[in-house]
Design a protein around this ligand. Structure first.
Ligand code: HEC
Ligand code: HEC
Length: 356
């Protein structure tokens, strides 16, 4: 279901983009498949730069993994980083997670040419486009498991725009999110989750992975055709949904390692390298800096009932302490937009210290 939706969204994207920004190959009659598209020279150049930068970060991380004596959490975090920046884990060995989430741009899409035109990013199969704008994954690990919040009268938590990585199975939405892109035909394009496990088992950091997860992680009997099967872009056909044919025990091992891959990536995404809390806003909240008069006025406007910005862009600042009070079981007025109770709540909070 999810995959079908992603593919059809990408199909619509290509039609729209063909007229707006992309150079179409000429002379091909279109029947059922969209015409092949070619990215603009600027986009192609930027993509090559991003690929090179990712390889450089990966090489530095491999060096660190070999040379350092890290504690257990440090090893797991570095392992997650090694996976996140590994281009070889995609079907055409050209697209790491980081391709759409680069540190230089706050862990969202780094290409100006794409941001100004297609907005979404091409997959490992470069003529397929991801369905949406890449979200930043900075601070994503603060998202709770999807649940109903009675105070807000709404569902809260889960990852992706539509919260579909609920986190209910692994008790961690970020770990479950990380299992999506590898199998998404318009992103990393693998045909089977076992291809991801196989890829890590053939990586330069296999040793650190086995040290962290144990020797069972890759003790899988791979079929002779695993390389050629995994070189075929997904999705798998309904008649053969797991085309890397494994015994039941090997499939169990592979599934477990695939879960641990998600958990390692989530551990890196939770690290201070990804969540620096170093903006001026953070310093103001920590009382280490002060807003200018203009910033102060903008902040008040941002949080006011004239803009409602803060209803979607929750900042954890004054006023939200009130919601937390209620959530912790204290009786306190609800926060329906525009209600007089909301103002009482705001008055209450301004008289008390904001949450730290
Ligand atoms: C082709 C571009 C692309 C690649 C490759 C990609 N992502 Fe994303 N990422 C996106 C898009 C687009 C979204 C939003 C998708 C949606 O809501 O359906 C997203 C959403 C996310 C989120 C959710 C953030 C939130 O607050 O809910 C996280 C975390 C994330 N990606 C991490 C990863 C990881 C880890 C990988 C590799 C396993 C990866 N991404 C690979 C484009 C990409
Ligand atoms: C109904 C919910 C909602 C409201 C209300 C809202 N926004 Fe947004 N805003 C979003 C979403 C969703 C995005 C897309 C974020 C992205 O693409 O990464 C966004 C994006 C943004 C961005 C770009 C963030 C980035 O990282 O690129 C800014 C800046 C922003 N909003 C400011 C505001 C301001 C200022 C207001 C009030 C005037 C406001 N928003 C009101 C939902 C909302």
């Amino acid at each position: 279901m999810g995959l079908q939706r992603a593919v059809s969204v990408a199909g619509i994207g290509l039609v729209l983009l063909g007229t707006a920004t992309l150079v179409l190959e000429r002379g091909t009659a279109v029947t059922h498949t969209p015409r092949p598209v070619r990215l603009s020279p600027q986009a192609q150049a930027e993509i090559r730069q991003v690929e090179a930068r990712i390889n450089q970060i990966e090489a530095d991380s491999v060096k660190r993994a070999r040379g350092s004596s890290l504690d257990a959490l440090g090893e797991l975090t570095l392992l997650g980083k090694l996976i996140l920046f590994d281009q070889n884990l995609s079907v055409n060995k050209n697209e790491a997670c980081a391709f759409c989430h680069m540190p230089e741009t706050g862990f969202t899409g780094p290409s100006s040419a794409l941001n100004m035109t297609t907005v979404s990013y091409p997959g490992s199969v470069r003529t397929r486009f991801s369905g949406r704008k890449p979200q930043t994954h900075t601070y994503a690990t603060f998202t709770p498991v999807l649940h109903y919040n009675a105070l807000q009268g709404d569902l809260v938590g889960g990852e992706f725009w539509d919260m579909r990585a609920t986190g209910i199975r692994l008790n961690n939405p970020t770990a479950e999110q990380a299992q999506g892109p590898p199998l998404n035909p318009v992103e990393m394009g693998l045909i089977d989750s076992a291809c991801m496990v196989y890829g890590v088992s053939r990586s330069q950091y296999r040793q650190i992975a086995e040290k962290v997860w144990g020797p069972q992680a890759f003790a899988i009997h791979w079929p002779g055709d695993v390389e050629s099967v995994c070189a075929r872009p997904g999705p798998a056909s309904a008649s053969d949904p797991y085309p890397v044919h494994l015994t039941a025990v090997d499939r169990g091992l592979s599934n477990r390692t695939f879960d641990q891959i998600g958990q390692a990536v989530a551990t890196y995404e939770a690290s201070s390298e990804v969540n620096p809390f170093s903006s001026k806003y953070d310093y103001v909240m920590a009382k280490k800096a002060r807003f200018t008069a203009d910033e102060e006025a903008g902040y008040a406007l941002f949080r006011s009932n004239s803009t409602h910005c803060n209803e979607c862009h929750r900042d954890g600042g004054p006023g939200e302490a009130c919601r937390i009070r209620v959530a912790n079981g204290r009786r306190w007025p609800s926060l329906l937009p525009g209600s007089t109770r909301r103002r009482r709540c705001a008055t209450w909070t301004s008289a008390h210290a904001p949450i730290s």
